[in-house]
Design a protein around this ligand. Structure first.
Ligand code: NAD
Length: 495
């Protein structure tokens, strides 16, 4: 019997009102059902929003350091359960255990950061232009936060959103991806165990078009924090604008690693292997393009192809496996379709380019790590997000041209440059159009206490992570206190 999961509304575990369910299966072995989850709809969302709205009136009055204490406890519980959470995550979305442990650790880091932020949440005091008057600007909670998340970081991304939302005094209605509902449920269980009051966090499982849209369009949801594809992000932006709610969008990427002729090639090799094939290439920050200086092109490619051919593909729960499956059949088909497009466009496959056969991989959504050479910057495989283990290699003759190629995309999330020349490094930092630039490190590896997000169609200007996420989850209130005992008119009585 598969484990049956429920929604969590106003402190109670409940089925979807429709009574319908959906299954979640292990992408490394589709015979294995991870769980059965409620297929919810608008009515379930309405109930969760009502509960969150009522709970907000009490939660906003809990002192921020106390809210932080609960989140610290959340971090402690996550530390204690790190291994179990990691295993559950690998079973439901496939990435290897080292990476799911990292995913949980990011949540732990975010919990402890939020815990301390409860004693900061700094405002400003500002001198008044009038005598006997005191001015300040303070941060206040906003209300009900709708949280909609993808499957590729099933723990880290929800924690990036939910912990700062709660620390700031907001309440939450959370819809996780249908590929990772079990990890999301574990997170909610931990929040409750740590002492989050009833109604403050609610989780509703189900599809994006039903549950996601119902949250985004709900007039009583004050803000929406979304991570996912750019296509869906645009829809959300349109729908949310009807009620002028605040929306944070963290969307797709087409990240590149540029290797200069003066770069450390062994280091760059480790970087691109990790950046392109970690999480089976299913990261918003994945290295999807490799731009090589012509002087090291042949040598570096030779080194890379050998290594990629020997990457071990398999079930992420097995020790020694380096590349897990695609998350589901649809994602595997997308990868295959881009490989076909690349070949039609005239690019050449140096390694991979197929669904692996045999070796115990028959019942999973695997795809062999793939490298395309002879890629032109105008090719679709050089421009569109593939979200799989496919790397497009492009040649450049200079730093300036390399940066132009790197910037030639609608996205702008992460970027990496390998060079030993400090002038090249600073020129790249200045000229690359991306939210994140790594020097001598791969495009993946964000740390929880720094701003995270992208430019162009990767987002709408907000940042998650660190101190910056608190700008999204709080509203500024400006306060003037006049203790002069008389009417003082700003801009008039003092000039
Ligand atoms: P997705 O856009 O298909 O889904 C994301 C979430 O939105 C899911 O919970 C889904 O159910 C929901 N959703 C789908 N349609 C919806 C709708 N019409 N209204 C409301 N909600 C809807 O993305 P995905 O396949 O889960 O994740 C992969 C994408 O996420 C990639 O494009 C990747 O780059 C992006 N991503 C971005 C970041 C970042 O921080 N920039 C991080 C991770 C993933």
């Amino acid at each position: 019997m598969s484990k049956k999961f429920q929604n969590f509304i106003n402190g109670k575990w409940v089925d979807a009102k429709s009574g319908q369910t959906f299954e979640n299966r292990n992408p490394a072995n589709w015979d294995e059902v991870v769980g059965v989850f409620p297929k919810s709809g608008k009515e379930d969302v309405n109930e969760a929003v009502r509960a969150a709205r009522v709970a907000f009136e009490k939660w906003r009055l809990v002192p921020a350091p106390k809210r932080g204490d609960i989140l610290r406890k959340v971090g402690d519980l996550m530390v204690a359960r790190k291994e179990d959470l990691s295993k559950q995550m690998t079973r439901e979305m496939g990435k290897v255990m080292a990476e799911t442990r990292g995913d949980v650790q990011e949540g732990i880091d975010t919990a402890y950061y939020a815990g301390t932020e409860g004693r900061r949440l700094f405002g400003h005091t500002v001198p008044s232009e009038l005598p006997n008057k005191f001015n300040m600007a303070i941060r206040v909670p906003i209300g009900v936060a709708g949280i909609v998340t993808p499957w590729n970081f099933p723990m880290a991304i929800p924690t990036w959103k939910i912990f700062p939302a709660l620390l700031s005094g907001n309440t939450v209605v959370f819809k996780p991806a249908t590929d990772t509902p079990a990890t999301a449920t574990s997170l909610v269980e931990i929040l409750m165990e740590a002492g989050i009051p009833e109604g403050v966090v609610n989780i509703i499982h189900g599809g994006g078009g039903d549950v996601g849209m119902a949250i985004v369009s709900h007039p009583d949801v004050d803000l929406v924090s979304f991570t996912g594809s750019t296509v869906v992000g645009k829809k959300i932006s349109e729908v949310a604008s009807a009620t002028l709610k605040r929306v944070s969008l963290e969307l797709g990427g087409k990240n590149a690693q540029l290797v200069m002729d003066d770069g450390d090639l062994d280091l760059a090799l480790d970087g691109v292997l990790w950046g392109a094939f970690g999480t089976t290439g299913q990261r918003c920050t994945a290295t999807s393009r490799l731009i090589l200086h012509e002087k090291i092109y042949d040598k570096f490619l030779g080194m890379l192809v050998n290594k990629v051919a020997s990457l071990k593909v398999g079930d992420g729960l097995i020790e020694g496996v380096q590349v897990g499956p695609c998350v589901n059949e649809g994602q595997q088909k997308t990868v295959q379709s881009y490989v076909d497009i690349g070949l039609k466009e005239g690019a050449k496959i140096a390694v991979g380019g197929a669904i692996p056969k045999g070796g115990g991989l028959e019942k999973g959504w695997f795809y062999s790590p793939t490298i395309f050479t002879d890629v032109q910057p105008s090719h679709r495989i050089a421009k569109e997000e593939i979200f799989g283990p496919v790397l497009s290699v492009i040649r450049t003759s200079s730093l300036e041209e390399g940066i132009r190629i790197l910037n030639d995309t609608i996205y702008g999330l992460s970027s990496a440059v390998y060079t030993r020349n400090v002038n090249n490094a600073f020129q790249a930092i200045r000229d690359i159009k991306a939210g994140i630039t790594y020097i001598n490190a791969p495009t993946i590896g964000a740390e929880a206490h720094l701003p995270f997000g992208g430019v162009k169609q990767t987002g709408n200007g907000h940042r998650e992570g660190g101190w910056t996420v608190y700008d999204f989850f709080t509203e500024w209130k400006t306060v003037y206190i006049d203790y002069s005992g008389g009417l003082q008119r700003a801009q008039i009585d003092n000039y």
